[in-house]
Design a protein around this ligand. Structure first.
Ligand SMILES: Cc1cc2nc3c(=O)[nH]c(=O)nc-3n(C[C@H](O)[C@H](O)[C@H](O)COP(=O)(O)OP(=O)(O)OC[C@H]3O[C@@H](n4cnc5c(N)ncnc54)[C@H](O)[C@@H]3O)c2cc1C
Length: 316
């Protein structure tokens, strides 16, 4: 219930107008290290120093204006040059509706090609993030059309909550595409998506095993320790070495686990978003773990004039 409400709020302009004027802006810092390319590069350098690869995302989505969609790609080109210039171990993640999917598939492809070309020259991978089910089919079509044009430095994301995902994974394996698998962050209807966490997790494991055994360098994006342990075991038992896949996690979530996996010799990549449009991203992170809402409310109250009422502050 709370999850649904928070995801719906992530799409509400009124809620956005209210929330972005509150201290939530400061709180978004846990998940979003800053607003500029420089902020991203700093966070990326810090992650690299800890042995973590990164993927950079310039926050934005649901863009209808061609000029803004083009500006987003210009920013991605600046990120790419920053990654190359500073020797960052990293790649890029792009939301299709930020760079023009709502305007049209052809617009999006034209818009994206300069980024794909420059990234290909320097062997940098571009990930097409997956958004709500309204965009799944079109996003996969765009991906396949670019693949047919010969781009091999691009790959899609599949979401284990969608019922179609096992079939999509088979198709991606046939093509030889690099897939990121996540659970899915939007609210979807029962005819399209599993509603129970148990089913989403079961499907995650099934699809992940298929990608590990028949796919190309899959990215297993999850913070779910039970799933991670089970996939480590599956890989070991099937002779799939740690060089054959990577784990991915979000900036600011389970840093302990990110470090532990790195120490164990696994490839770990951290998704680092940056930019002004942090509101829907933050709301989806709160929705994933309602305990975060309490954590955030707690830090607002603690730092407010009512802070003396907060249990931890009373001792002061
Ligand atoms: C690298 C990466 C890329 C992603 N890309 C996409 C995408 O393209 N499209 C899409 O729909 N979704 C994407 N997601 C989000 C994903 O779909 C999930 O919503 C999110 O990862 C939470 O699911 P989980 O697998 O971690 O498992 P859950 O079952 O949600 O969580 C397992 C455990 O992880 C921890 N955890 C999870 N989320 C949080 C949080 N926000 N704060 C604190 N702790 C948390 C908690 O300990 C929780 O118990 C991405 C996630 C990652 C890690």
């Amino acid at each position: 219930m709370l999850r649904r409400t928070l995801v719906h709020l992530s799409e509400s302009p009124t809620a956005k107008a209210v929330v972005t004027r509150t201290p939530l802006r400061l709180m978004s810092r846990r998940f979003v290290p800053g607003e500029t390319v420089e902020d991203f590069l700093r966070a990326a350098g810090e992650a690299n120093a800890l042995g973590l690869a990164v993927t950079g995302n310039y926050l934005g989505e649901a863009e209808h204006d061609e000029r803004t969609a083009r500006q987003a790609v210009a920013t991605y080109l600046r990120i790419l040059e920053g990654i190359l210039g500073r020797g960052i171990r990293g790649n890029i993640s792009v939301k299709p509706t930020q760079v023009g999917l709502e305007i049209g598939k052809d617009f999006l492809k034209d818009n994206l090609r300069p980024l794909l070309d420059r990234a290909r020259e320097r062997d940098v991978f571009i990930r097409l993030d997956m958004e709500s089910s309204a965009w799944t089919q079109k996003t996969l079509e765009v991906f396949e059309e670019l693949w047919a044009e010969g781009y091999r430095n691009i790959g899609p994301v599949l979401q284990s909550y969608l019922r179609r995902t096992l079939d999509d994974a088979r198709r991606m394996n046939e093509l030889g595409a690099r897939v990121r698998l996540c659970k899915g962050a939007y609210v979807e209807p029962p005819h399209l998506a599993f509603q129970e966490k148990r089913e989403v997790d079961r499907n995650y494991l099934e699809v992940a095993k298929l990608l590990l055994s028949q796919g190309v360098y899959p990215a297993l994006a999850t913070h779910d320790e039970r799933i991670i342990d089970s996939l480590k075991r599956f890989a070991r038992e099937n002779g799939i070495g740690p060089e054959g896949f990577e784990f991915q996690m979000l900036h600011g979530v389970r840093r302990d686990l990110q470090q532990q996996l790195t120490r164990e010799g696994y490839n770990v990549r951290v998704y680092i978003p940056f930019g002004e449009s942090w509101y829907p991203y933050l709301m989806r992170r709160l929705a994933e773990r309602p305990a975060n809402v309490l954590f955030f409310v707690g830090s607002v109250v603690k730092d407010s004039p009512l802070g003396f009422l907060w249990p931890g502050n009373r001792r002061r």
